[in-house]
Design a protein around this ligand. Sequence first.
Ligand code: 5AD
Ligand code: SF4
Length: 442
Amino acid sequence: MEAFAEIAPQPRVYIETYGCQMNVADSQTVRAVMRQAGFRSTEQAEDADVILLNTCAIREHAEERVLKRLSELAGLKRRRPEVRLGLLGCMAQHNRASIVEKAPWLDLVAGPDSYRRLPELIGRAGFDSAVDVALDRAETYADIAPEHQEGVRAYVTAMRGCDKFCAFCVVPYVRGRERSVPADAVIREVTALAARGVKEVVLLGQTVNAYRFGEIDFGGLIRMVAAVGGIERIRFTSPHPGDMSESVIEAMATEPKVQPYLHLPVQSGSNRILAAMDRGYTVEHYLDLVSRLRKTIPGLALSTDIIVGFHGEEESDFDSTLALMKAVRYDSAFSFKYSLRAHTRAFKLGDTVNEVEKGRRIAEVIALQEQISAERNRALVGAKFEVLVEGPARRGNGMLSGKTPQFKTAIFPVRPEIAAGDTIAVRVESATGHSLTCSLPL
Ligand code: 5AD
Ligand code: SF4
């Protein structure tokens, strides 16, 4: 605490999070580290003594957003030079020293394996920009209890890093080697969450189903989590198709707490492009996996990630992606224009699809998926689902919202006897591609 006495008697930290759920979970770990060092959290950057941006490097657009935010914060730094400004996460790791050149008003830069040392870095930051981007093959933060936000659902890190090295992806370089959180630490965290009233846990990892701790594989971990009393629903994200082992499929099929929804990134529907991406599967493997999953897990909903315009993607490759989407008929899909990333293997190959063409392709993917999502959801009109109630619907007007087992958003009327955390039966009355409007059958 002495190190910060010069900052303020009760210093306050403000954290802004960009990117994926892993970053959301990491920010909770950072909050815990900072609290242990004597910092209180604030929701206002203006009130803070320390401002931390936990950043994403997956696409150029993500980095541009952060650079814009950093230049805004330069203004705040001019008004209050005593504020310490830090860049955390994947972009910190990706850009290392160059980021301090671009934003010299940054006080510290810390990669995803350096959060334990943050208080020390902040202490040093008054003198010079402190940079700590050492990746650590062993760091899992297993002994640090993250500060979870209130809510019926909580995200629990099971795995960090990635060893897949897909040709387009920066994650293995910025998050380092794959490592699993010890199973007892995962269970300790899930048990603490259950005691606080959390009903649903989402196990997280860049390739979460590659989990292995000693003899315990991901199927084993799922069963251990399922044994925790009070936890009613289990989900996980994101699995890699290549690690979708029999053990995981069986745990999903036989453990009633595991919800019938899977985000299974495919990236492309062309074997040529999948090989160039080094994804480790063919379209045929992937479709076979989908049909095994659907056969084994009744009512399974599927979503995916698709990249358009990867190096060498011809019109015929793109048509194969549309064909795969039509064959699988995903419940939803996230699509991205290929973004060249430094350090990756595909970087030196360059871009072969121009921005306009990428724009046309992504628009086609989005339009096709919207049509499929709407058709799939409309087919549910009249069906009943068990919904875990989360709270008021985003658009308000006297409605509540929650998720079906398939992770679809259900909207239904407020009732005095219904509270967040309850599981209730609803009947679908109408649907769009994005949500189900439901009634409450008596
Ligand atoms: N360009 C575009 N999309 C990417 N993704 C990962 N790297 C890139 C990139 N360089 C997408 C993939 C991944 C998701 C999280 O982000 O679809 O599954
Ligand atoms: Fe990136 Fe591939 Fe690892 Fe996913 S599996 S994080 S796309 S390298």
